[in-house]
Design a protein around this ligand. Structure first.
Ligand code: CTP
Length: 401
């Protein structure tokens, strides 16, 4: 029995594939799972609650209220009980409600209260599945960390042939088992990441900034979260969105604000990765009134150094903590990176050179070299920033062991 003692909420929404939920429930029970079924009112048109109650060996929940004794069905308790919520079939309508928090039935409120991971097996007609509205909702649900079990292609209830058929119950159960078997390697670990540029204010409408997009730092944050870590992501201005619920995003503007956040978070974490492009200097004086153009002469702005965040963390680092810096260089790359590694008391530094095509700010790829404080040098190929993030996270996992 491969799902012994796992608590699974089986959510059933109103689609013809709901008849397969009976088999699904049986297989889950046969594998040792405890199953509680929540149905939408429409689902009861396709399969009876009596069938599902018998197979799951539990009362089926449909309504918010128990009309016989005036009590209510607590979706909150149910959400806390579960190790997994599995919604099969998931109709276009229910996925739309989940993506937009339209909590008009017990299944959606349970989904919104659920602390456990959620898996969905969509089921619908091929054109409904292909529609950009449906696809956008699926993307949104994925971005919130939900796991989608892709529908298959074949003959549909409408008589048409195409993609939209709910995956077979046996395969869904295999997906559930595989999900519980995958080992997250960073559960219980905490990380601090800095990302993006900083903006140093000149006057109310102007600042000194840089071209950093934040892509690298955000990709690392997501990879760490996928491995079960809690991530504090302190980021300068960027339109990038955070995907994972265990990434706590803290938005800042200036290097000073980033410094304050990092100093207060650092004692709590196992490792910090400094991927932000922090401005080295800020205007000595910023004004609250707009600076006007003068008839003649140059405008001088005097700049003073910002605090070095990485070096400040390096100075207070505990032996068990890992501090990783980035270096973007244009010349004498290795030499400069090694100097930064030493001067900031880093454990390793991720070097990228602007001389490498496809590396640096704004682009989706990066080519890195990692130098550590034992002077080991590791060269990597040109890869997507997602893949680079995975390499960095793998190395962190090995180092933290
Ligand atoms: N860094 C930081 N705070 C600063 C400047 C840099 O935390 N005020 C961090 C960056 O996030 C990066 C590393 O230090 O991880 C190296 O940044 P970089 O700007 O390349 O180094 P600098 O020391 O500023 O050197 P350079 O003269 O090359 O700009």
């Amino acid at each position: 029995m491969r799902l012994q003692n796992k608590n699974i909420i089986l959510g059933i929404t109103g689609g013809i594939a709901a008849y397969k939920s009976a088999y699904l429930c049986r297989y889950l029970i046969k594998e040792g799972a405890n199953v509680k079924v929540v149905m939408t009112p429409n689902a009861t048109e396709f399969i009876t609650p009596v069938t599902m109650a018998t197979l799951s060996r539990n009362t089926v929940l449909i309504d918010f209220f128990k009309h016989d004794d005036g009590a209510w069905n607590s979706h909150v308790d149910l959400g806390l009980w579960a190790d997994l919520m599995l919604i099969a079939p998931a109709t276009a309508s229910s996925m739309g409600k989940m993506a937009h928090a339209i909590a008009d039935n017990l299944l959606i409120t349970t989904y919104l209260s659920c602390k456990a991971p959620v898996m969905l097996a969509p089921s619908m007609d091929l054109d409904m599945f292909k529609h950009p509205s449906t696809q956008k909702n699926i993307e949104t649900l994925k971005a919130y960390g939900n796991i989608i079990i892709e529908p298959t292609s074949g003959e549909l209830a409408s008589g048409l042939d195409g993609k939209g058929r709910m995956e077979e119950p046996e395969t869904i159960v295999e997906n559930v088992i595989a999900f519980f078997n995958q080992k997250k390697k960073l559960c219980g670990k905490q990380f601090l990441i800095t990302a993006g540029p900083t903006y140093e204010k000149i006057d109310p409408v102007r600042f000194i900034g840089n071209f950093s997009s934040g892509k690298m730092g955000f990709a690392i944050a997501d990879r760490l979260a996928e491995q079960g870590a809690k991530v504090f992501l302190v980021t300068g201005p960027t339109p990038i969105k955070t995907n994972h619920t265990s990434v706590e995003r803290i938005d800042v503007l200036s290097a000073d604000q980033m410094y304050e956040q990092c100093i207060s978070i650092f004692p709590e974490v196992d490792a910090a990765i400094m991927a932000a492009a922090v401005a080295d200097y800020k205007p000595q004086h910023s004004t609250n009134v707009k600076i006007k153009r003068k008839e003649a002469g140059d405008l001088q702005i005097s700049l003073v150094p910002n605090k070095d965040i990485a070096a400040s963390l390096g100075a207070v680092k505990r032996p068990s903590q890992i501090l990783v810096g980035f270096a973007l260089e244009t010349n004498d790359e290795l030499d400069n990176a090694q100097k930064k590694l030493l001067s900031k008391n880093l454990d390793w530094i991720v070097l990228n050179s602007l001389n490498d095509e496809g590396a640096g700010f704004g682009v989706d790829t990066n080519k890195i070299t990692i130098v550590d404080n034992n002077n080991n040098i590791q060269y990597f190929e040109l890869k997507t920033k997602q893949e680079v993030a995975s390499d960095i996270v793998e190395k962190l996992i090995r180092t933290l062991k």
